[in-house]
Design a protein around this ligand. Structure first.
Ligand code: UDP
Length: 454
């Protein structure tokens, strides 16, 4: 497509941490295919763009262009390793970093923005959109429950204060629609304590979301029906357009440098434990050791996506002793790994993308959440959907991990697979012709082009 002055121009802002930027770019790719006459500009920090664009291939997407924005870190800054440091620097640089870069791009290309499609966290996009008289579409990269909880921040605070029982971690949130399974202990810290810049960003997001033309989720209708219905009462439009993991994945997989898939092909059906803790996390050293001891004692074949080189020495001996049954890689093609019939258990931190991929792959999960929405996702998986188990005491110990592996690989695995199968069918139906995600995607296309019909 040759971009011209009056070409419709969708502007996407990414939140550059964790897995946030990737699903947003996948959504843009789908829209760019559906709307070849529309241009899509994707703004993300240089560091995050480098990572995302090494895994998401934009070749053939002539109407998508990625741009770098300032990450707020002074030149030469050495990060402490605490992820909150980078997040807070980035937040401080917003919204001016995005605004300036967008002005440059509009100046260079002559294409005015006709729609904002941004990570929901970047709520200030609504102010830019309203100044320009164009819609803001917010993309929420987790499930319906966490966003709904954010919408109830004030009520949660006042109820906890009223009852003067903030310490009662077992109290459930049964005063909120669809939340009777959620406990106070499941709530993200950033919802409970509003004093940090990141918490403030999410609180401001909850106030801004009713101004969004639509909230788009990488989820599917029916997975949390009461919460979804309640969200629909509060927001202009709620569009589940996922799970993205149900869409055809690239063949051959773009990133299997470690040879995971050929290794899996030599394993017995449903025998392998796949371990991955997402893009940001590695469990603390005692838990890594406990995990390794459990796998070794049970002689369970394992595939471990192990990203943190600084902690690898802790497990060198284990990797050496178990190399005939195990494989360790820096990055696995997770989607295809979870679809492989050899995988029998997924040991996960319960990030939303991993949960969706576990469901569409049909793999029961062993859950060890750490922060953010992960505790909520664990609660749904274990107590509501029956597709996963937590580890005893909430942290990996040798005995707790052995017990969880026993449950998933033998005793309860069959029942969990049945439950996952039902959810997986629901996800597949969402993508059928006239399925809810198919229809919602069409609505999204309509909103994205509404201020500039194509
Ligand atoms: N992922 C992957 N290979 C790996 C580790 C992670 O493909 O070796 C992908 C995984 O498929 C998922 C994403 O990284 O799509 C992690 O997202 P999630 O929401 O689960 O966790 P986060 O990184 O946000 O904590």
């Amino acid at each position: 497509m040759s971009a011209q002055k009056n070409t419709p121009h969708v502007v996407a802002f990414a939140f550059p941490f964790g897995s946030h930027p990737t699903p947003l770019l996948h959504l843009i790719q789908r829209l760019a295919t559906a709307l070849p006459g529309t241009h899509f500009s994707y703004f993300n920090t240089a560091r995050s763009n480098q990572r995302v664009l090494s895994k998401v291939n934009l070749h053939g997407y002539d109407n998508v262009k990625a741009y770098d924005v300032d990450d707020g870190a002074p030149d030469g800054h050495v990060f402490s390793g605490n992820p909150m440091e980078a997040i807070e620097m980035f937040i401080k640089a917003t919204p001016e970093n995005f605004r300036r870069r967008l002005e440059d791009v509009v100046g260079e290309t002559g294409m005015k923005a006709t729609c904002f499609l941004t990570d929901a966290f970047l709520w200030f996009s609504v102010e830019m959109a309203e100044e320009m008289g164009i819609p803001w579409v917010a993309f929420w990269s987790s499930g319906p429950t966490p966003v709904s909880l954010h919408m109830y921040t004030d009520l949660i605070h006042s109820r906890l204060k009223e009852n003067d029982n903030t310490e009662d971690q077992d109290q459930t949130l049964d005063f909120l629609p669809g939340m009777s399974a959620i406990h106070v202990s499941d709530l993200p810290q950033e919802l409970l304590h509003l004093d940090r810049p990141f918490s403030r960003l999410l609180y401001d997001m909850s106030l801004a979301l009713p101004r969004a033309a639509a909230l788009v989720l990488n989820s599917f209708a029916g997975i949390e029906p009461i919460v979804e219905d309640d969200l629909k009462l509060k927001l202009q439009k709620v569009l589940n357009v996922g799970p993205f993991s149900s869409l055809p994945s690239p063949t051959p997989p773009s990133d299997d440098q470690g040879g995971c898939l050929s290794w899996l092909s030599n394993q017995s059906p449903a025998s392998v434990a796949y371990l991955s803790f997402g893009t940001m996390l590695t469990p603390p050293p005692p838990e890594l050791v406990a995990l390794a001891e459990a796998l070794e004692e049970k002689q369970i074949p394992y595939l471990w996506s192990f990203r943190d080189n600084s902690k690898r020495h802790l497990l060198e001996g284990f990797f050496e002793r178990t190399k005939s049954i195990g494989k360790i890689v820096q990055w696995a093609p997770q989607l295809q790994v979870l679809e492989h019939s050899a995988v029998g258990a997924f040991i996960t931190h319960c990030g939303w993308n991993s949960v969706m991929e576990g469901i569409t792959g049909g793999v029961p999960m062993i859950c060890r959440p750490f922060f953010g929405d992960q505790m909520i996702n664990r609660r749904r998986m274990e107590d509501v959907w029956g597709i996963g188990v937590g580890v005893d005491g909430g942290v990996f110990t040798k005995s707790g991990t052995v017990a969880a592996l026993d449950l998933v690989l033998t005793k309860q695995g069959k029942k969990m697979r049945e439950n996952i199968g039902k959810l997986g069918e629901c996800a597949s139906r969402a993508f059928a012709e006239n399925g809810s995600s198919t229809e919602n995607f069409k609505s999204l296309v309509g909103i994205v082009t509404s201020s500039h019909p194509v």
